[in-house]
Design a protein around this ligand. Structure first.
Ligand code: NAD
Ligand code: MG
Ligand code: MG
Ligand code: MG
Ligand code: MG
Length: 332
């Protein structure tokens, strides 16, 4: 059984006694910086001189300096800039400003797991990763709740790194919901696999293939859009609330029978064999190497795929239909 930690297991005074730099002010950065500040922690935000996020952070009452200045001032440095540029930010702004006893924090293990960042031995290396988008992390904190987090220690130079990570998690509301202990390796590999095989990649490919099958058979795209994309939310909400059992309780017996006999024909042994290959390429670093090369080349294939899907009938149909559905925005 996974180890779980709540408010009573975490000592907020540890992080309150440190100087924290939050590098980046995007989805996660703004939530961490504001909630730590509200938890009585000494926070500064590190952003480039010309960054658009600067004005926003300052308006919200935070002190903004460059990433290098923030890293120099602080003894806890949370890296919340985009994963593909973290190694460059580390080389330029963080590494020259690290002292023994400092702590380097991440919201995702990618750069540590695949060795793009190699911190010196005297530094604690920790992860606190909320299992939700930054805007939800912040909203839940303000409402007195929290988003569950996972926490990990890659390098425990002080012998107290996990207590520090739990204290940080408490500062952003994570221990209100519960913090699960993991490792950088487990978090990174499962996060990449989940988003590729199931959540983003798997789900979009399933929706697209179903939509194309109906449209190629001559059915109206609008009807196909409802069946294959729109209704998916209702099904996933039921799964979220009560697993497959609640979803199957709610749909018709006919739908439930179709689930049992047809699901395994669609996601079959070949699909699972391919999933195992995908996981293998994540574990052996092939995915990370290819993705960093694509990023460094200026994202040529990424932009090509993005454009192709933007022009897909699924998307053009959806765009038109959603304008006619007054309830869609309110539901979100
Ligand atoms: P984001 O793209 O929303 O924000 C990145 C921020 O970094 C922006 O404010 C940008 O201005 C700033 N930035 C860019 N270059 C910079 C530089 N050189 N120096 C300082 N700041 C710079 O990123 P995000 O989605 O919040 O992701 C940050 C980290 O959190 C990543 O490791 C990601 O994997 C992880 N994470 C994100 C989510 C999520 O829901 N978005 C969830 C869990 C973990
Ligand atoms: Mg994820
Ligand atoms: Mg991810
Ligand atoms: Mg139906
Ligand atoms: Mg039923």
């Amino acid at each position: 059984m996974a180890e779980l930690f709540y408010d009573d297991n975490a000592d907020l005074s540890i992080i309150q006694g440190r100087k924290v730099a939050v590098l980046g002010y995007g989805s996660q950065g703004h939530a961490h910086a504001l909630s730590l500040r509200d938890s009585g922690v000494d926070v500064r935000v590190g952003l480039p001189e010309g960054s658009k996020s600067r004005a926003k952070a300052e308006e919200q009452g935070l002190r903004v300096v460059t990433a290098a200045e923030a890293a120099a001032e602080a003894d806890v440095i949370m890296v919340l800039v985009p994963d593909p540029i973290q190694a460059d930010v580390y080389k330029e702004a963080i590494e020259p400003n690290l002292k023994d006893g400092d702590a380097l924090f991440f919201g995702h293990g990618f750069n540590i797991r695949f060795g793009f960042i190699k911190p010196p031995a005297g530094v604690d290396v920790c992860m606190v990763a909320p299992k939700g988008p930054g805007h939800l992390v912040r909203r839940q904190f303000e409402e007195g709740r929290g988003v569950p987090c996972i926490a990990a220690v890659e390098q425990d130079a002080t012998g107290k790194a996990f207590d520090l990570a739990l204290s940080y998690a408490k500062g952003i509301g994570g221990t209100r919901a519960g913090v699960i202990k993991t490792t950088f390796t487990e978090e990174t590999e499962t996060d990449l696999f989940g988003e590729q095989a199931v959540l983003c990649g798997g789900a979009s490919a399933l929706v697209k293939a179903g939509f194309e099958t109906l449209v190629e058979a001559g059915y109206q795209p609008e009807i196909a859009y409802f069946e294959c994309l729109h209704e998916l939310k209702l099904i996933v909400d039921l799964m979220y609330e009560g697993g497959l059992e609640k979803m199957r309780w709610s749909v018709s017996e006919t739908a439930e029978w179709g689930d049992y006999v047809t699901g395994p024909r669609i996601i079959n042994d070949n699909t699972k064999a391919e999933m195992k290959k995908v996981l293998g390429e994540i574990q052996d670093g092939t995915f990370a190497k290819n993705w960093m090369a694509e990023y460094k080349a200026g994202l040529p294939k990424y932009n090509e795929y993005k454009k192709a899907d933007a022009d897909h009938t699924l998307e053009t149909t959806g765009k038109k239909l959603r304008k006619l559905m007054s309830w869609v925005d309110e539901e979100a």
